[in-house]
Design a protein around this ligand. Structure first.
Ligand code: GLA
Length: 376
């Protein structure tokens, strides 16, 4: 081949390459719609890659079949719904049960999914042996803190370098606005010291892990202010805390945008990062006390309710994007409306539809609302 032929061949190759790149870019800009959803493989994590990671809470049973495929497509962060709680991991003193937690961790690692640990200290799903002393009477403060330290060290060290963030303490603020701390067994025995200690133990065990305080109704002004008071004190005492987890068990009725923004601004003014750790959007007003479903109570998911829910999802994600500098993750609590903890809680037998995917794992209206925005 002479030099001229060689050069024109080279030029031809360059032109073809440029055209291919242009075509590829055009394909990337194609909007994802209901019509191309099956072929267009992008998911939530791709649309939000310049904002924050998008997570999901799972059980072992979600990690196979169609749910596993949905998780891999849409999420780049995972939380164990129950498998890492105190009761699940250490049902008896010194007896650790790692099976479910390990399988979630290995699923995440083999699919390049980040892991949020949940949780190291809570008043629920904690076995009673923690609070009982050798004589059968209540454990001393010293013994309780020693058990807390052993638990936290064992768990955090096992997943060191794999779990990048932990919910260290969950829900210590009381539901009653007139009270401050929840009167849990932790509090009765150790006072507020157990909160500080839990963060210190977690930091000792893995100095790299990001440590969070996690709670619900964090946007209601009266609860927000009590949580802020606690976080401020922790920061002033130099407790190793990196952020606050706002659970975001919300509904089509709350929070308002004003309350959501005020909460984000108030917590982040302390220099803390914010993660929305347990997002779902109930179609019913918030209730806490368990009860039976009333005979006249409808659980039909009407088009009007779906539209209200989509609007609420749109509002909260518009707000999340606005505060992307301080928000580092948004995690959904459960995969789809096929199963949600809200089907049973707090009203037994009442179906709820709080997530982005329906029982057939297809995207709902709310999904389209939150992925269609002008991406940066
Ligand atoms: C709280 C806990 C979660 C979970 C939900 C209900 O928000 O932090 O671990 O138990 O309640 O599913």
């Amino acid at each position: 081949m002479n030099k001229k032929d060689y050069l024109s061949g080279l030029m031809g190759c360059k032109i073809i390459c440029c055209m291919l790149i242009l075509l590829l870019c055009a394909a990337c800009r194609v909007k994802q719609t209901e019509a191309n959803y099956q072929q267009d493989k992008r998911g939530l994590k791709d649309f939000y890659k310049n904002y924050f990671s998008i997570g999901v809470a799972v059980a072992q049973r979600n990690l196979i079949g169609d749910e596993a495929n949905l998780i891999k497509r849409h999420f780049n962060s995972i939380t164990a719904e129950n498998a890492m709680k105190m009761e699940a991991l250490q049902p008896k003193e010194g007896v650790f049960n790692w099976r479910a937690a390990d399988s979630i961790v290995s699923f995440a690692l083999s699919n390049q999914i980040k892991i949020r640990g949940h949780n190291l200290c809570w008043h629920e799903q904690v076995p009673n042996w923690f609070f009982v002393g050798p004589s059968g009477a209540q454990a001393s403060k010293e013994l309780l803190l020693q058990r807390l330290r052993t638990h936290i060290h064992t768990v955090v060290e096992r997943y060191k370098g794999k779990i990048y963030a932990w919910d260290v303490v969950n829900e210590v603020i009381d539901d009653d606005p007139a009270k401050y701390f929840r009167n849990s067994k932790w509090y009765q025995i150790a006072g507020e010291d157990f909160i500080i200690k839990a963060f210190e133990y977690a930091h000792e065990a893995d100095p790299e892990a990001k440590l969070y305080y996690n709670d619900y109704n964090t946007e209601r002004p009266e609860k927000r202010d009590r949580i802020y008071k606690l976080l401020k004190k922790l920061k002033e005492k130099n407790v190793p805390i990196d952020g606050v987890g706002l659970q975001a068990h919300w509904s089509i009725f709350e929070p308002s945008q004003v309350d959501l923004e005020a909460a984000i601004e108030k917590y982040s003014s302390l220099g803390l990062k914010i993660q929305f750790t347990e997002l779902d959007m109930s179609i019913y007003a918030w209730e806490k006390n368990k009860r039976e479903k009333k005979p006249n109570e409808s659980d039909v998911y009407t088009p009007t309710i779906e539209a209200q829910q989509s609007a609420q999802y749109k509002m909260v994600f518009d707000t999340f994007r606005k505060y992307r500098e301080v928000i580092t993750n948004v995690t959904f609590w459960n995969v789809s409306d096929r199963y949600t903890w809200l089907d049973e809680y707090p009203v037994r037998g009442r179906k709820n539809h709080p997530l982005l995917f329906d029982a057939a794992l297809q995207p709902k209206q709310a999904y389209w609302q939150i992925i269609n925005f002008n991406r940066k």
